[in-house]
Design a protein around this ligand. Sequence first.
Ligand SMILES: C[S@@+](CC[C@H](N)C(=O)[O-])C[C@H]1O[C@@H](n2cnc3c(N)ncnc32)[C@H](O)[C@@H]1O
Length: 244
Amino acid sequence: MKNQLLYRILARYYDFIFSSIRDFKKEASEVTRLIQLYKKSLGNELLDIGCGTAEHFRYLSKNFICTGIDTSPSMLAIAKKKVTKAKFFNADIKSFNLNKKFDIIISISVLAHLKNRKELKKAISNMSNHLKNGGVLILDPSINQQSLKTGSPYLSIYDGNDIKIARATIYNKTGKKATFDMHYLVAKYGEKKITHLISPHKLMLFPQNEIINSLKEEGIKSIRVINNWSKNRHTLIIASKKSI
Ligand SMILES: C[S@@+](CC[C@H](N)C(=O)[O-])C[C@H]1O[C@@H](n2cnc3c(N)ncnc32)[C@H](O)[C@@H]1O
């Protein structure tokens, strides 16, 4: 519920702010390269869990038959308008059942929204149930938080013609949890007032071995880890039920 609130506020600014700190085209092309390298199943059906505004589908939908799920209706509304040939469902990583299996499952920056190990196990079990034999599962648990230290200020800016956004926080991490308020100042063409939004973040930074152990418990034993796989991104875990 809290996530829905977070992304209801964020959705309309998500693409502006994240396009200034991430390179979705490059991320999609790296994901494509890894799929070509590791996928052994013959199909091209791709499921993105926590697809958000479908920025990756803008590129991935050229080569793959794309389905996205997300819990945020506001993010999904943008995704549906953006990539009309993809299918989208409002569904939760912890409980979804699409009654089919995919050649590729990706989930980028979503696992950090889960609350605990039990939820992580449930999510991984659902992903495993939807993955074909020889299919690949590509997981990026969270943004690169390695470099972020408690108390350090953080700022990102989107400087468009008709909209300017400043996004700032003071990072706070306790144990495996990062808890901080992200402040947005939005100045829009034609508006008299600047909008100030505060979006609370509560992220779970699962250690890599917890994710890998959960995958192994699901019978997914063929696992590769790639570090610093893209700008501002940290770890990508690639897994398959067949050896890769
Ligand atoms: C940081 S965004 C990442 C979106 C996209 N994957 C990307 O890389 O731009 C996290 C997304 O996960 C979704 N999300 C959060 N918790 C979820 C859950 N339990 N099941 C499915 N989606 C979830 C949010 O609504 C949001 O769209």
